[in-house]
Design a protein around this ligand. Sequence first.
Ligand code: FAD
Length: 527
Amino acid sequence: PGAPKELYSPQDPLALLDSRSLPRALNNSASAWLLEFYSSWCGHCVQYAPTWRVLAGDVKDWEPVIKIGVLDCANEVNTDVCKQYGIQYYPSFRFFKAFTKEFTQGENYKSGAEHDVQTVRQVIIDFLQNSPAESKPPACPSLAPIESSQVESLIAVKESHYTAVIYESPDSYIGREVILDFVQYEGLVVKRALDTDKEALQKLGIVSVPSCYLIYPNGTHGLINNLEPLRSLFSSHLKSLPGVRKKTLSRPELTTKPTKPDKMTETWKEFDKSKMYMADLESGLHYLLRVEVATHQMLKGDELKAFKDFITILYKLFPGRPHVARLLETLQDWLVSMPLDKIPYDAILDLVNNKMQISGIYLTSHVQWVGCQGSEPGLRGYPCSLWKLFHTLTVQAALQPNALTNTAFEGNSQAVLQTMRQYIKHFFGCRECAGHFESMAKESMDDVKTLKEAVLWLWSKHNKVNKRLAGAASEDVKSPKVDWPTPDMCPACHGEVKGVHNWNEEEVLVFLKKHYGSKDISLLYSD
Ligand code: FAD
């Protein structure tokens, strides 16, 4: 047999340590550490790796306080270090306190037993609370409950941020989990209070615990209703509040400014985030046809094919108003009738622009972002509309399974996804984004077998991108990057299995079909 397969990869949300990096990571670290010493040939470790990976993702936001890492004792470069740490059984779990300067073997937790994610989270919290003051990570907020009198004084003052108070029973960990979920966020402070002062609870209208009581920056306050009292739902709801955002990452992140800056609209347009706006889709089409693809002077080869396929998909599936649908039809007919193996883009532009003269066929010639408005220049806008466009197209394909009959895409469940892949690859102005998207496509797009799976594939990949970009410079405070749809938009989409957030994909699909289905597209602010 060859070398044992590695159980963890650099893509996992944890630190892959070895004999050299381990001492450096632990020495005088400002955060505590929880390490799994494993062996890649140990069956238990293999079975447990998915749980550990989920745990690391689940507490990724706690990183300034506690980091999760792994070290493979089966790798020969680590033999000595595993001996030094006294590792005899796999997997072994060890806690290391913050600011450790002398060598220590760390603290074992429960004789190597494998625990589910929820239990490990609670063990972490117990460890943090039992750490002596001198080794408390500075980023760790107070995890102790506050008194009801303190809640009253919080309600009495206006602050620049929200305050969420989680009311719970003394043995509940939810409050502390949510407090830790927000150590990297600004705009919100989380506290916990116990359910012992019944009179105080009654005053606030709290009839059951755990409950989340929210004090707004303007001083108004109230109980968050309609949310199942689960840690992940409290956290995702609070993360979706306007103005709550992940603190900017210190390492440079990609920004996604379009190739040419959008014309900014002067006044903020109120909109409903649960609605789709035709103005966003049409503005996106305008930008794409007249600016983004227009940077290519001549379309030929794969680019020409990608463009033609894209127009076919738009013509068949874009839920446009009649004047836009006719423009797409005209463009499609013209491209099909062109036997040329290269087309100067000016010819296409002529068609798109001149058709405006003929009454009844036109596409708006400026951008008007509504649901894709950015609160500052350079934020949101075009990339937002592109996501919305492709989600709409995957949903339309699922709603009308026969729409692509008699086209080259007949019977192809990946038609929209492959067309998007080619568009992004050849034309999307943000090249880093295109590279990221291509690697996701390469990894799993081929597994998509049905039109429904195509809808869910794009949804889950978009969430993956959101996760990566939370706190990045391209994030708009008014539209934080969060798991989407948020619990307030679709409570039934969310649940927990063994204490870990779990999507109900059937419900997500129902939601996406409704959200991106044509009946929901608002014409507000459309020309
Ligand atoms: P967006 O992420 O653009 O989302 C637009 C809207 O879609 C949201 O407002 C919401 O209504 C809805 N939505 C959100 N999540 C989902 C979901 N999971 N499923 C369905 N609908 C959802 N930027 C980078 O910095 N680095 C990158 O690598 C990168 N890659 C990208 C790849 C692609 C293919 C695209 C189209 C964009 C990429 N971007 C990247 C841009 C980035 O994803 C955002 O589009 C941009 O930052 C604007 O963000 P936004 O707040 O408007 O929300």
